[in-house]
Design a protein. Structure first.
Length: 418
């Protein structure tokens, strides 16, 4: 439940990224030993991935003395089958396919689930792994994979897919020879995975660039490692958007401006001020009305699709008309009806949303259709007149670590009710 809130103030610390930690957890399938991941967010998806890894043979638990540390133990008894009841809960589970193939030579993985953003095929995952020597069959909803011996290959992705890049990299670290991945995803979370794999003993070059070079190493050269998860730039963007919506001055601790350059640039154009600090970003918004602008989503370092619900929400009360174009997931405007319930003037047409700013929104009951849209509706509730009740917040719990508590600490009028 959120109510119109006055200026926010103080500081908020952002935990590690959901889109990084889940892939780091999958990488522990590659080598035996005890792993420690720190800066781990307390979110439902981490628990779900932990359940999936337990079914595969890797146990995990939160360190009772350090609540942001996840300890994982791989004792070498890997069962290369990922069951439907766990895989269907999060799409990121598909990234166990690459490490299972590399480690075991076989894998049986249910088709993935997760948020429904329309059709999101995994063809690039399979095509890339096939280039490394794997073969696949789809039987009764399961991908059945086999690879007697993976080998290096030159792979060019049709699109810089994050998941495909991560799956191919994790398989390639144990493939014989060198693998070159062109048009690779460049997201900070992909780089974080590559740094973790190198800490384990892999040999990956070109990290952060469109071309990754993976030199395969023997299984015996990989070992368990410790790693700090990169900060969640989407959680950071959510708190920045809350300041833009409610006004005020907040330090977002842990936020890395270089990872959020396009988001910060767009909010600056809307009238929000930012100052990079050594350990975060200072965000300031005064009482002047936000300015409208046009935005289109693009692969990193472009404007991320996960930021889009936040920018659409801010545009609902901005001065003028903004056009938002979705180039990645055409089905990802399903929260627009919820914003319209609050009084937003939005018209969608295929890949585009035309947002005409109104003077103010009014509170109403709304439903969170997915993780990021749910967080955006929270921001909308903070700037809407009256009270906004948001249901289906279990989606938000999958990706946000105590969103209510962190916003409350900044002065937001928000509470969680049953």
């Amino acid at each position: 439940m959120a109510r119109r809130s006055g200026p926010l103030s103080g500081e908020v610390t952002v935990p590690g990224a959901k889109n990084a930690v889940l892939k780091l957890m999958a990488a522990t399938l590659l080598a035996d030993g005890r792993y420690e991941l720190s800066n781990v967010p307390a979110i439902d998806d981490v628990a779900t991935m932990g359940d999936l890894l337990a079914a595969l043979g890797v146990t995990s638990h939160i360190d009772p003395q350090r609540r942001d540390v996840l300890v994982l133990e791989n004792h070498g008894s890997i069962v290369p089958e990922a069951p439907y009841d766990l895989v269907e809960r999060i799409r990121a589970s598909i990234v166990v396919l690459g490490p299972l193939l590399a480690r075991c030579g076989v894998a049986r993985v249910s088709m993935p689930g997760g948020d429904d953003f329309g059709k999101r095929p995994i063809d690039m995952h399979l095509k890339g792994l096939e280039a490394l020597g794997a073969t696949f069959e789809l039987r009764r909803g399961y991908i059945e994979a086999r690879a007697e011996a993976l080998h290096g290959a030159d792979i060019t992705l049709d699109f810089p897919s994050v998941g495909a890049t991560e799956n191919i990299v994790m398989a390639a670290v144990l493939a014989k020879g060198a693998t070159v991945i062109d048009n690779a995803a460049r997201e900070p979370e992909v780089a974080d995975l590559c740094h973790f794999l190198n800490a384990m003993g892999a040999c990956i070059e070109g990290i952060g660039s469109p071309t990754l070079y993976v030199h395969g190493v023997p299984q015996r050269d990989l070992q368990a490692a410790e790693h700090r998860v990169v900060v969640d730039r989407v959680q950071a963007a959510t708190y920045m958007a809350a300041v833009a919506a409610c006004q005020g001055e907040v330090v977002v601790r842990g936020a890395q401006a270089e990872h959020m350059e396009m988001f910060i640039r767009r909010l600056r154009e809307m009238g929000v001020q930012f100052t990079a600090q050594t350990d975060g970003v200072l965000v300031y918004a005064d009482d002047r009305r936000l300015r409208s602008l046009d935005v289109q989503t693009l692969p990193y370092p472009g404007f991320a699709t996960d930021y889009k619900p936040l920018i659409v929400t801010l545009l609902t009360v901005a001065d003028g008309v903004g056009i938002v174009t979705e180039n990645l997931y055409p089905g990802r405007f399903r929260y627009v009806e919820e914003l319209q319930r609050l009084g937003a003037d939005i018209r969608t047409d295929g890949h585009h949303a035309v947002v005409r700013g109104v003077a103010s929104l009014d509170g109403a009951p709304v439903r969170a259709p997915d993780i990021r849209a749910g967080a955006a509706l929270v921001v909308a509730g903070l700037m809407a007149n009256g009270e906004t009740v948001i249901s289906d917040v279990h989606h938000v719990d999958r990706g946000y670590d105590d969103l209510v508590g962190r916003l409350s600490s900044l002065g937001a009028d928000i509470e969680r009710v049953r």
